[in-house]
Design a protein around this ligand. Sequence first.
Ligand code: HEM
Length: 328
Amino acid sequence: MAINNSNYLLISLTFFLIAFSSNHANGEVLKVGFYHKTCPHVELISKEIVDDVISRVPSLAAPLLRMHYHDCFVRGCDGSVLLDSPTKQAEKDSIPNLSLRGYQIIDKVKTALEKSCPGIVSCADIVALVARDVTVAVKGPSWEVETGRRDGSVSNITEALFNLIPPFANITSLKQGFLQRGLSVKDLVVLSGSHTIGISHCSSFNNRLYNFTGKGDTDPSLDPNYIKNLKKKCPPNDQNTLVEMDPGSVRTFDNSYYKLVAKRRGLFTSDSALLDDSETKDYLKKQGINQYGSTFFKDFGESMVKMGRVQVLTGNQGEIRKVCSRIN
Ligand code: HEM
């Protein structure tokens, strides 16, 4: 067939469209209101379910906020933390994730969304929306959640173990863990402020109370009076007891975390470590002063949006899972 002008035009146009669409798909970015046309009530549905759940079980707010972080730091925010493995080899089976809870709330939102707009909203986006909604439900800040993430298909126990920063991390590894993911030192100190809500197992900090350097000693960076209190709750080698991370306001998202850390009462080594860097130390001293002069709420929303962009799948990458705990 001879290629005439109109054929040539058609071929060029097709080529352009293919090139543009694949380019567009790979370079696609998240945006606020991604489901505006395809699932207009997505945010309302998520919020209604979250408000109802948190009004009945407020303690679920903390693990659901934490879930977004644990999703994003392992293979990016791709919903991989939600996947089940029949042989217990998925991210959720790894030690740092054994204390995550609230998967059933993500499933509840997913089921409601599959009814109103089947096959449209990714599980990774649900995790991001729910993280914002639970924060608001415990009187924390609100922010506009970018959406358009796609769900991944791989979830690996070892990757979770190596990528989630341990509670005994020092400031160097904390900074490194954040910088590697395109997050700043400011994001580190801001997002650590999440520890204003929730609980921890004694096992996450027991070494600071009984055997800090292997000689039966305590961590000198922790307030000795606080150590006394903590020892009453956590006997040596206790694996199961739970303690409030921000005693007194464990169910309210506020700036009290920064006051505690400044008073050398941060529960984990990773909390205390924020006093070992001039930028993080400056930030926490400023935020602790008073709730209303503090920029923490505004900063928190901005850092959550940044965290929500880590290594996301977009466009035609990944899939939209029908059920969040398994690939299609
Ligand atoms: C900076 C590094 C971080 C470390 C080392 C860390 C470590 C931990 C640990 C060890 C626990 C207690 C787990 C347990 O023993 O039950 C915990 C709880 C929690 N973390 Fe973090 N975390 C970090 C960052 C974050 C971030 C970025 C967020 C959210 C954006 C977050 C949100 C939470 C929340 C809300 C809880 C309470 C969970 C509950 O009540 O079940 N953490 N974290």
